[in-house]
Design a protein around this ligand. Structure first.
Ligand SMILES: *[C@@H]1O[C@H](CO)[C@@H](O)[C@H](O)[C@H]1NC(C)=O
Ligand SMILES: *[C@@H]1O[C@H](CO)[C@@H](O)[C@H](O)[C@H]1NC(C)=O
Ligand SMILES: *[C@@H]1O[C@H](CO)[C@@H](O)[C@H](O)[C@H]1NC(C)=O
Ligand SMILES: *[C@@H]1O[C@H](CO)[C@@H](O)[C@H](O)[C@H]1NC(C)=O
Ligand SMILES: *[C@@H]1O[C@H](CO)[C@@H](O)[C@H](O)[C@H]1NC(C)=O
Ligand SMILES: *[C@@H]1O[C@H](CO)[C@@H](O)[C@H](O)[C@H]1NC(C)=O
Ligand SMILES: *[C@@H]1O[C@H](CO)[C@@H](O)[C@H](O)[C@H]1NC(C)=O
Ligand SMILES: *[C@@H]1O[C@H](CO)[C@@H](O)[C@H](O)[C@H]1NC(C)=O
Ligand SMILES: *[C@@H]1O[C@H](CO)[C@@H](O)[C@H](O)[C@H]1NC(C)=O
Ligand SMILES: *[C@@H]1O[C@H](CO)[C@@H](O)[C@H](O)[C@H]1NC(C)=O
Ligand SMILES: *[C@@H]1O[C@H](CO)[C@@H](O)[C@H](O)[C@H]1NC(C)=O
Length: 438
């Protein structure tokens, strides 16, 4: 008998113990965007049928549990709950994009096997930035929750080691929502992703809350590109109340991210909350619109608030990251309430992403416009790196950056000198800060 069923039976036998439900099945929390709401309210997800609950067995000893997990989703789809309360190993890809009205209760651990080249053969591949997935969730109305207990372990170390030798290694993303309309991801720990932790793609009406992300390497091979969340071709997304300890973007809004609220995050060691990179693909038009980033604590990061777009010409940045010349627009983005501690830049706006030589960017201005952006209510102290400069806002041409404002920014450099802001091709009257030109 499955241990959870046993514990359910045992708790039923102890009649007086109804207060302390001893089952380790975590319950779906009340899921609400708070305090800010997205532009349009998300639909309420109906309660699931308790009789339709699928406990997934685990083989143990690192043996592959993917087929049991898949069959549980087939059985409990359409109104049930899949329970992952044991220690599982996944060594084969899981395509869970057929879901409809199902909950996923993870109080156990989901481990991804560390067979690097075994995985690269069979992951789901995406054209966008050579991304890939070991499992992916899509469909409609899916709630994935861990009650603060569940853990998704990317077992990234063999990937970090191999990436050091093979710079074009295609490293998978830990959790991919691909084509999910309505749903949530809450109460989970996520550790050591091979690449980005989360990609929310082709999705809408999603709330992410109470996630704890951590990444570390046990040797000198760093864990790279470990973004917390990337949104792509997605609308009406909320990411809130989470802690992120990583080494790349805390959150990044990739092409066609609209109506997004980010609030209550504590990010440490990251590359900031980033719009972009955008304009990477020459024949595409990228849109990032209606973004509100609120109440963020950002420490030990390269940037606090960041907007990064590629220049107007082709730019070889890294072996698997090249581009530039793409067009599009960024419009209506607000950063409101951002505490800085030991970040190199409190604000970085660049249209020269991937290119070290600013002269080249001036010769080939970006094809992206950045419009109606406000940075406000930011305080704290930067790192020593650019002291006394605390922010850099460099547009490739005056007509590409329109109505960019700062309000109530009191970020200081550690020396205590007067803070300087690099402002180039910007409307300095709207910035209302101590601008310098380089
Ligand atoms: C869970 O399974 C993984 C993979 O086999 C193993 O490394 C780990 O020790 C197991 N953890 C527990 C708590 O049994
Ligand atoms: C690097 O990894 C990719 C798979 O992601 C593979 O196709 C390629 O052969 C590897 N290169 C080397 C030198 O191992
Ligand atoms: C998103 O949808 C597009 C169009 O259907 C598809 O090509 C792509 O593979 C999907 N997923 C991602 C992550 O791009
Ligand atoms: C983004 O939206 C624009 C406008 O609808 C479209 O032209 C473009 O192809 C979309 N980009 C992606 C990556 O889907
Ligand atoms: C800001 O976020 C933190 C969690 O990081 C939360 O405890 C606090 O209540 C939030 N403050 C406001 C004003 O929303
Ligand atoms: C923040 O990241 C630094 C490394 O950049 C690490 O030393 C420190 O322990 C982290 N802080 C917390 C609270 O996790
Ligand atoms: C700007 O975006 C916010 C959400 O961040 C939205 O509430 C507001 O309506 C948008 N403004 C315009 C003019 O579209
Ligand atoms: C920032 O990093 C330093 C070490 O680099 C660490 O001691 C400190 O705890 C970090 N700050 C926070 C708030 O995590
Ligand atoms: C992109 O910018 C480059 C350099 O400024 C220019 O030559 C090219 O025509 C632009 N392309 C588009 C589609 O606007
Ligand atoms: C930067 O680019 C310009 C224009 O192509 C070139 O003249 C200059 O030598 C470059 N500077 C460096 C440091 O490469
Ligand atoms: C200015 O920002 C600080 C945080 O640094 C905040 O406490 C204060 O309320 C803001 N003032 C206004 C007028 O919004």
């Amino acid at each position: 008998m499955h241990p959870s069923i046993l514990s359910l039976l045992l708790s039923a036998l102890v009649a007086s113990s109804s207060v302390t439900a001893s089952s380790c099945v975590v319950r779906r929390p009340v899921i609400q965007a708070h305090p800010l709401q997205p532009g349009k309210p998300h639909a309420i997800s109906p309660r699931r049928d308790p009789a339709k609950t699928c406990f997934v067995p685990s083989q143990g000893n690192g043996q592959d549990d993917s087929s049991s997990i898949l069959s549980a989703f087939h059985t409990c789809n359409h109104g049930g709950t899949v329970v992952l309360d044991l220690n599982y190993t996944i060594s084969n890809p899981l395509d869970l994009t057929f879901l409809d009205s199902v909950d996923v209760a993870i109080s156990g651990t989901v481990n991804f096997a560390g067979d690097v080249y075994g995985w690269t053969e069979k992951t789901f591949k995406y054209a966008y930035q050579d991304s890939s997935a070991m499992w992916r969730f899509g469909g409609r109305d899916v709630n994935i929750y861990g009650g603060g207990k569940g853990l998704i372990n990317g077992n990234g170390q063999p990937w970090y080691d191999e990436f050091q030798k093979n710079s074009t290694l295609r490293r998978p993303i830990l959790l991919v929502l691909d084509g999910l309309q309505g749903g949530s991801v809450t109460g989970l720990h996520m550790i050591n992703s091979p690449n980005w932790f989360n990609l929310i793609a082709n999705s809408s009406d999603i709330i992410v809350s109470s996630i704890d992300i951590k990444v570390w390497s046990t040797n000198s091979n760093p864990a790279k590109n470990t973004d917390g969340w990337d949104t792509y071709r997605s609308d009406s997304i909320v990411i809130q109340d989470s802690t992120i300890n990583n080494g790349d973007d805390c959150v990044s809004f990739k092409p066609n991210s609209t109506n997004i609220v980010i609030q209550g995050l504590s990010c440490n060691g990251s590359h900031g909350i980033s719009v972009g990179s955008l304009g990477q693909y020459i024949d595409e038009y990228d849109i990032v619109e209606h973004i509100y980033v609120y109440n963020i604590s950002m420490t030990n990061a390269s940037d606090g608030a960041r907007i990064k777009v590629w220049p107007g010409n082709y730019t070889p940045f890294q072996p698997s990251l090249t581009g530039g010349g793409g067009s599009g627009h960024v419009k209506n983005v607000t950063y409101d309430g951002l505490y800085n501690y030991n970040n190199d830049w409190a604000i970085e706006l660049t249209q020269c992403y991937g290119q070290k030589n600013q002269t080249v960017c001036d010769l080939y201005p970006s094809n992206m416009t950045i419009e109606d952006v406000t940075f406000k209510n930011m305080w704290g102290t930067t790192s020593k790196k650019y002291d006394p400069k605390v922010a850099t806002l460099v547009c490739s041409s005056p007509d590409k950056c329109i109505n960019i404002r700062t309000e109530n920014i009191t970020v200081k450099p550690p020396s205590g000198k007067t803070a300087q802001y690099v402002c180039v091709n910007m409307d300095n009257d709207l910035l209302n800060v101590n601008c310098v030109s380089a």
